[in-house]
Design a protein around this ligand. Structure first.
Ligand code: UDP
Ligand code: MG
Length: 325
Protein backbone atom coordinates (compact mmCIF):
# COMPACT_ATOMS: atom_id res chain seq x y z
CA UNK A 1 0.00 0.00 0.00
CA UNK A 2 1.35 3.37 -1.07
CA UNK A 3 1.00 5.47 2.06
CA UNK A 4 0.93 8.80 0.22
CA UNK A 5 -2.56 7.98 -1.00
CA UNK A 6 -5.35 8.25 1.59
CA UNK A 7 -7.77 5.43 2.24
CA UNK A 8 -11.37 6.56 1.86
CA UNK A 9 -14.09 4.45 3.47
CA UNK A 10 -17.59 4.77 2.11
CA UNK A 11 -20.13 3.76 4.73
CA UNK A 12 -23.51 2.65 3.39
CA UNK A 13 -26.35 1.42 5.63
CA UNK A 14 -28.60 -0.84 3.58
CA UNK A 15 -32.04 -2.18 4.38
CA UNK A 16 -33.95 -3.97 1.62
CA UNK A 17 -32.20 -2.18 -1.22
CA UNK A 18 -31.77 -5.00 -3.76
CA UNK A 19 -33.44 -2.90 -6.45
CA UNK A 20 -30.84 -0.15 -6.41
CA UNK A 21 -27.79 -1.66 -4.78
CA UNK A 22 -26.00 -2.75 -7.96
CA UNK A 23 -26.59 0.55 -9.68
CA UNK A 24 -25.39 2.33 -6.56
CA UNK A 25 -22.29 0.19 -6.34
CA UNK A 26 -21.38 0.70 -9.99
CA UNK A 27 -21.82 4.45 -9.71
CA UNK A 28 -19.61 4.63 -6.64
CA UNK A 29 -16.89 2.48 -8.21
CA UNK A 30 -16.98 4.58 -11.36
CA UNK A 31 -16.75 7.87 -9.49
CA UNK A 32 -14.00 6.63 -7.19
CA UNK A 33 -11.89 5.04 -9.92
CA UNK A 34 -11.01 8.51 -11.17
CA UNK A 35 -9.50 9.58 -7.85
CA UNK A 36 -5.96 9.00 -6.55
CA UNK A 37 -7.16 7.31 -3.36
CA UNK A 38 -7.53 3.83 -1.92
CA UNK A 39 -11.11 2.74 -1.52
CA UNK A 40 -13.10 0.74 0.98
CA UNK A 41 -16.87 0.38 0.79
CA UNK A 42 -18.50 -0.64 4.06
CA UNK A 43 -21.97 -2.11 3.53
CA UNK A 44 -23.95 -2.51 6.72
CA UNK A 45 -26.78 -4.93 6.10
CA UNK A 46 -29.42 -3.78 8.56
CA UNK A 47 -31.45 -6.99 8.73
CA UNK A 48 -32.71 -6.88 5.14
CA UNK A 49 -35.31 -9.49 4.29
CA UNK A 50 -34.82 -9.35 0.52
CA UNK A 51 -31.85 -10.24 -1.63
CA UNK A 52 -29.59 -7.47 -0.35
CA UNK A 53 -27.23 -9.65 1.70
CA UNK A 54 -26.64 -12.05 -1.17
CA UNK A 55 -25.93 -9.16 -3.52
CA UNK A 56 -23.34 -7.72 -1.13
CA UNK A 57 -21.69 -11.12 -0.71
CA UNK A 58 -21.54 -11.56 -4.50
CA UNK A 59 -20.01 -8.12 -4.90
CA UNK A 60 -17.51 -8.85 -2.16
CA UNK A 61 -16.41 -12.09 -3.78
CA UNK A 62 -15.41 -10.10 -6.83
CA UNK A 63 -14.05 -7.03 -5.11
CA UNK A 64 -11.99 -7.22 -1.92
CA UNK A 65 -12.38 -3.52 -1.29
CA UNK A 66 -15.77 -4.25 0.21
CA UNK A 67 -16.37 -4.65 3.93
CA UNK A 68 -19.54 -6.43 4.99
CA UNK A 69 -21.09 -5.82 8.39
CA UNK A 70 -24.17 -7.98 8.69
CA UNK A 71 -26.21 -6.94 11.73
CA UNK A 72 -28.18 -9.58 13.64
CA UNK A 73 -31.50 -7.86 12.88
CA UNK A 74 -32.92 -4.52 11.76
CA UNK A 75 -31.64 -1.88 14.17
CA UNK A 76 -32.62 1.23 12.22
CA UNK A 77 -30.50 3.49 10.11
CA UNK A 78 -28.87 5.49 12.88
CA UNK A 79 -27.52 2.40 14.60
CA UNK A 80 -26.49 0.80 11.29
CA UNK A 81 -24.58 3.95 10.49
CA UNK A 82 -22.84 3.82 13.86
CA UNK A 83 -21.84 0.21 13.26
CA UNK A 84 -20.34 1.30 9.94
CA UNK A 85 -18.41 4.14 11.56
CA UNK A 86 -17.02 1.71 14.15
CA UNK A 87 -15.72 -0.59 11.44
CA UNK A 88 -14.57 1.93 8.82
CA UNK A 89 -10.78 1.90 8.49
CA UNK A 90 -10.32 4.95 6.27
CA UNK A 91 -8.37 8.15 6.82
CA UNK A 92 -11.65 9.81 5.94
CA UNK A 93 -15.13 8.32 5.93
CA UNK A 94 -17.96 9.17 3.55
CA UNK A 95 -21.48 8.47 4.82
CA UNK A 96 -24.04 7.95 2.06
CA UNK A 97 -27.50 6.38 1.48
CA UNK A 98 -27.80 3.43 -0.88
CA UNK A 99 -30.87 4.71 -2.73
CA UNK A 100 -28.90 7.16 -4.92
CA UNK A 101 -30.69 10.12 -3.37
CA UNK A 102 -27.27 11.25 -2.29
CA UNK A 103 -25.37 11.56 -5.58
CA UNK A 104 -22.05 9.66 -5.42
CA UNK A 105 -20.85 12.14 -8.07
CA UNK A 106 -20.46 14.63 -5.24
CA UNK A 107 -17.93 12.52 -3.35
CA UNK A 108 -14.86 14.00 -5.14
CA UNK A 109 -15.92 17.47 -4.02
CA UNK A 110 -16.33 16.26 -0.44
CA UNK A 111 -12.89 14.65 -0.54
CA UNK A 112 -11.37 17.82 -1.92
CA UNK A 113 -12.70 19.90 0.96
CA UNK A 114 -11.50 17.28 3.42
CA UNK A 115 -8.03 17.55 1.86
CA UNK A 116 -8.31 21.31 2.36
CA UNK A 117 -8.40 20.62 6.09
CA UNK A 118 -12.11 20.36 6.96
CA UNK A 119 -13.17 17.67 9.43
CA UNK A 120 -16.82 17.50 8.47
CA UNK A 121 -17.95 18.42 4.97
CA UNK A 122 -21.69 17.96 4.58
CA UNK A 123 -23.78 17.99 1.44
CA UNK A 124 -26.55 20.57 1.57
CA UNK A 125 -29.48 20.15 -0.82
CA UNK A 126 -30.86 23.10 -2.72
CA UNK A 127 -34.02 21.33 -3.91
CA UNK A 128 -35.97 18.28 -2.84
CA UNK A 129 -37.23 16.29 -5.79
CA UNK A 130 -39.99 13.72 -5.42
CA UNK A 131 -40.96 14.54 -1.88
CA UNK A 132 -44.41 15.53 -0.79
CA UNK A 133 -45.29 19.07 0.23
CA UNK A 134 -46.11 17.82 3.74
CA UNK A 135 -42.72 16.15 4.20
CA UNK A 136 -40.94 19.25 2.95
CA UNK A 137 -42.80 21.62 5.26
CA UNK A 138 -42.54 19.37 8.31
CA UNK A 139 -38.81 18.92 7.73
CA UNK A 140 -38.41 22.67 7.35
CA UNK A 141 -40.37 23.36 10.51
CA UNK A 142 -38.41 20.75 12.45
CA UNK A 143 -35.00 22.21 11.57
CA UNK A 144 -36.19 25.69 12.47
CA UNK A 145 -37.53 24.41 15.79
CA UNK A 146 -34.41 22.49 16.81
CA UNK A 147 -32.24 25.42 15.78
CA UNK A 148 -34.31 27.72 17.94
CA UNK A 149 -34.51 25.61 21.10
CA UNK A 150 -31.40 23.44 20.89
CA UNK A 151 -28.05 24.78 21.98
CA UNK A 152 -26.34 23.66 18.77
CA UNK A 153 -27.14 24.61 15.23
CA UNK A 154 -27.91 21.68 12.96
CA UNK A 155 -27.58 22.72 9.31
CA UNK A 156 -30.92 22.69 7.52
CA UNK A 157 -31.59 20.66 4.35
CA UNK A 158 -28.76 18.34 5.21
CA UNK A 159 -28.99 14.58 5.41
CA UNK A 160 -26.32 12.24 6.67
CA UNK A 161 -24.42 12.49 3.38
CA UNK A 162 -20.99 13.87 4.33
CA UNK A 163 -17.31 13.17 4.72
CA UNK A 164 -15.74 12.87 8.17
CA UNK A 165 -12.07 13.11 9.04
CA UNK A 166 -10.52 10.33 11.11
CA UNK A 167 -10.64 12.44 14.27
CA UNK A 168 -14.30 13.29 13.66
CA UNK A 169 -15.07 9.58 13.31
CA UNK A 170 -13.13 8.81 16.49
CA UNK A 171 -15.12 11.50 18.27
CA UNK A 172 -18.41 10.00 17.07
CA UNK A 173 -17.29 6.53 18.09
CA UNK A 174 -17.06 7.63 21.71
CA UNK A 175 -20.83 8.21 21.92
CA UNK A 176 -22.57 5.45 23.82
CA UNK A 177 -26.17 6.63 23.72
CA UNK A 178 -28.97 4.48 22.32
CA UNK A 179 -31.11 7.30 20.98
CA UNK A 180 -28.71 8.68 18.49
CA UNK A 181 -29.81 11.56 16.40
CA UNK A 182 -26.85 11.44 14.03
CA UNK A 183 -27.47 14.78 12.35
CA UNK A 184 -27.29 16.36 15.79
CA UNK A 185 -24.20 14.42 16.84
CA UNK A 186 -22.39 15.38 13.63
CA UNK A 187 -22.91 19.01 14.56
CA UNK A 188 -22.27 18.49 18.27
CA UNK A 189 -18.70 17.22 17.87
CA UNK A 190 -17.64 20.56 16.37
CA UNK A 191 -14.30 20.76 14.49
CA UNK A 192 -14.01 22.55 11.17
CA UNK A 193 -17.22 22.06 9.21
CA UNK A 194 -18.23 23.10 5.74
CA UNK A 195 -21.21 22.78 3.39
CA UNK A 196 -21.14 21.70 -0.25
CA UNK A 197 -24.32 22.43 -2.21
CA UNK A 198 -26.13 20.07 -4.55
CA UNK A 199 -29.57 19.26 -5.94
CA UNK A 200 -31.32 16.26 -4.46
CA UNK A 201 -33.19 13.83 -6.69
CA UNK A 202 -36.07 11.54 -5.91
CA UNK A 203 -35.24 7.99 -4.82
CA UNK A 204 -34.16 5.93 -7.89
CA UNK A 205 -36.05 2.73 -6.97
CA UNK A 206 -37.52 0.93 -3.98
CA UNK A 207 -39.36 2.96 -1.42
CA UNK A 208 -38.52 5.16 1.51
CA UNK A 209 -38.65 3.34 4.83
CA UNK A 210 -39.77 6.48 6.54
CA UNK A 211 -43.37 7.17 7.32
CA UNK A 212 -44.78 10.01 9.37
CA UNK A 213 -44.79 7.99 12.55
CA UNK A 214 -41.05 7.34 12.06
CA UNK A 215 -40.43 10.98 11.30
CA UNK A 216 -42.33 12.02 14.40
CA UNK A 217 -40.24 9.70 16.58
CA UNK A 218 -37.14 10.88 14.83
CA UNK A 219 -38.08 14.47 15.63
CA UNK A 220 -38.79 13.54 19.28
CA UNK A 221 -35.36 11.90 19.52
CA UNK A 222 -33.78 14.95 17.96
CA UNK A 223 -35.43 17.31 20.39
CA UNK A 224 -35.16 15.27 23.57
CA UNK A 225 -31.54 14.32 23.06
CA UNK A 226 -30.44 17.86 22.43
CA UNK A 227 -32.48 20.10 24.65
CA UNK A 228 -34.47 20.09 27.85
CA UNK A 229 -36.41 23.16 26.68
CA UNK A 230 -39.77 21.27 26.61
CA UNK A 231 -39.36 20.50 30.31
CA UNK A 232 -38.85 24.19 30.98
CA UNK A 233 -41.73 25.18 28.73
CA UNK A 234 -44.08 22.83 30.57
CA UNK A 235 -42.99 24.40 33.86
CA UNK A 236 -43.89 27.84 32.56
CA UNK A 237 -47.21 26.72 31.09
CA UNK A 238 -47.99 25.21 34.49
CA UNK A 239 -46.95 28.41 36.25
CA UNK A 240 -49.02 30.63 33.99
CA UNK A 241 -52.07 28.38 34.34
CA UNK A 242 -51.73 28.32 38.12
CA UNK A 243 -51.37 32.10 38.29
CA UNK A 244 -54.36 32.52 35.99
CA UNK A 245 -56.43 30.18 38.13
CA UNK A 246 -55.37 32.05 41.29
CA UNK A 247 -56.34 35.41 39.79
CA UNK A 248 -59.65 34.03 38.60
CA UNK A 249 -60.26 32.57 42.06
CA UNK A 250 -59.80 35.95 43.69
CA UNK A 251 -62.09 37.55 41.13
CA UNK A 252 -64.75 34.91 41.80
CA UNK A 253 -64.45 35.39 45.54
CA UNK A 254 -64.90 39.16 45.35
CA UNK A 255 -67.68 38.82 42.77
CA UNK A 256 -69.57 36.35 44.96
CA UNK A 257 -69.16 38.54 48.07
CA UNK A 258 -70.43 41.64 46.23
CA UNK A 259 -73.17 40.24 44.04
CA UNK A 260 -73.91 36.83 45.52
CA UNK A 261 -73.97 33.79 43.26
CA UNK A 262 -77.09 32.91 41.34
CA UNK A 263 -75.92 30.12 38.99
CA UNK A 264 -74.18 26.97 40.09
CA UNK A 265 -71.00 28.06 38.23
CA UNK A 266 -70.83 24.94 36.14
CA UNK A 267 -69.33 26.53 32.97
CA UNK A 268 -66.41 28.24 34.67
CA UNK A 269 -65.75 25.15 36.76
CA UNK A 270 -65.64 22.75 33.86
CA UNK A 271 -63.44 25.12 31.83
CA UNK A 272 -60.92 25.37 34.62
CA UNK A 273 -60.91 21.64 35.32
CA UNK A 274 -60.38 20.80 31.68
CA UNK A 275 -57.70 23.41 31.29
CA UNK A 276 -55.76 22.26 34.34
CA UNK A 277 -56.21 18.59 33.50
CA UNK A 278 -55.01 19.14 29.97
CA UNK A 279 -51.97 21.13 31.01
CA UNK A 280 -51.02 18.52 33.56
CA UNK A 281 -51.34 15.70 31.07
CA UNK A 282 -49.12 17.53 28.59
CA UNK A 283 -46.52 18.19 31.25
CA UNK A 284 -46.60 14.58 32.41
CA UNK A 285 -46.33 13.43 28.81
CA UNK A 286 -43.21 15.51 28.29
CA UNK A 287 -41.72 14.14 31.49
CA UNK A 288 -42.57 10.67 30.23
CA UNK A 289 -40.70 11.22 26.98
CA UNK A 290 -37.55 12.07 28.88
CA UNK A 291 -38.08 9.41 31.51
CA UNK A 292 -38.48 6.74 28.82
CA UNK A 293 -35.22 7.77 27.26
CA UNK A 294 -33.42 7.82 30.59
CA UNK A 295 -34.80 4.32 31.18
CA UNK A 296 -33.46 3.12 27.84
CA UNK A 297 -30.06 4.67 28.41
CA UNK A 298 -29.62 3.35 31.95
CA UNK A 299 -29.96 -0.21 30.69
CA UNK A 300 -26.63 0.36 28.92
CA UNK A 301 -27.36 -2.24 26.35
CA UNK A 302 -24.95 -2.77 23.49
CA UNK A 303 -25.99 -0.81 20.42
CA UNK A 304 -26.15 -3.76 18.05
CA UNK A 305 -24.97 -7.30 17.42
CA UNK A 306 -23.07 -8.42 14.38
CA UNK A 307 -24.01 -11.60 12.62
CA UNK A 308 -21.03 -11.57 10.29
CA UNK A 309 -18.14 -9.19 9.75
CA UNK A 310 -15.93 -9.53 6.68
CA UNK A 311 -13.36 -6.73 6.46
CA UNK A 312 -12.05 -5.40 3.19
CA UNK A 313 -8.46 -6.29 2.35
CA UNK A 314 -7.09 -2.91 3.37
CA UNK A 315 -9.13 -2.83 6.58
CA UNK A 316 -7.81 -6.27 7.52
CA UNK A 317 -4.25 -5.08 6.81
CA UNK A 318 -4.73 -2.04 9.02
CA UNK A 319 -6.13 -4.10 11.87
CA UNK A 320 -3.09 -6.39 11.60
CA UNK A 321 -0.79 -3.35 11.74
CA UNK A 322 -2.60 -2.00 14.77
CA UNK A 323 -2.44 -5.28 16.64
CA UNK A 324 1.33 -5.50 16.00
CA UNK A 325 1.94 -2.10 17.59
N1 UDP B 1 -31.87 2.14 6.16
C1 UDP B 1 -31.30 1.27 7.09
N2 UDP B 1 -32.11 0.76 8.10
C2 UDP B 1 -33.43 1.11 8.22
C3 UDP B 1 -33.97 2.03 7.28
C4 UDP B 1 -33.17 2.53 6.28
O1 UDP B 1 -30.13 0.93 7.02
O2 UDP B 1 -34.08 0.61 9.13
C5 UDP B 1 -31.01 2.69 5.08
C6 UDP B 1 -31.59 2.57 3.68
O3 UDP B 1 -31.27 1.34 3.09
C7 UDP B 1 -30.93 3.73 2.96
C8 UDP B 1 -30.79 4.77 4.05
O4 UDP B 1 -30.85 4.07 5.29
O5 UDP B 1 -29.64 3.40 2.48
C9 UDP B 1 -31.88 5.83 3.97
O6 UDP B 1 -33.15 5.23 4.04
P1 UDP B 1 -34.43 5.86 3.29
O7 UDP B 1 -34.09 6.17 1.87
O8 UDP B 1 -35.55 4.92 3.54
O9 UDP B 1 -34.65 7.21 4.09
P2 UDP B 1 -35.00 8.67 3.49
O10 UDP B 1 -34.06 8.92 2.33
O11 UDP B 1 -36.41 8.60 3.06
O12 UDP B 1 -34.74 9.60 4.64
MG1 MG C 1 -33.82 7.85 0.78
Amino acid sequence: MNTSQPLISIVVPVYNEDEVLLEFHETVIKVMSELPVYLEIVYINDGSVDNTLKLINDLRNKDKRITLVDLSRNFGKEIALSAGLHKAAGDAVVVIDADLQDPPELIPRLIKEWENGYDVVYAKRTRRGGESFLKKTTAHFFYRLIQRIGKISIPEDTGDFRILSRRAVSALNTFKEQHRFMKGLFAWIGFKQKAVHYQRDARRAGESKWNYWHLWNFALDGITSFTIAPLKISTYIGLITALGAFGYGIYMLIDTLLHGNDVAGYPSLIVIILMLGGTQLVAIGILGEYLGRIFNETKQRPLYFINEYLPSELAAEKQLDNSKQ
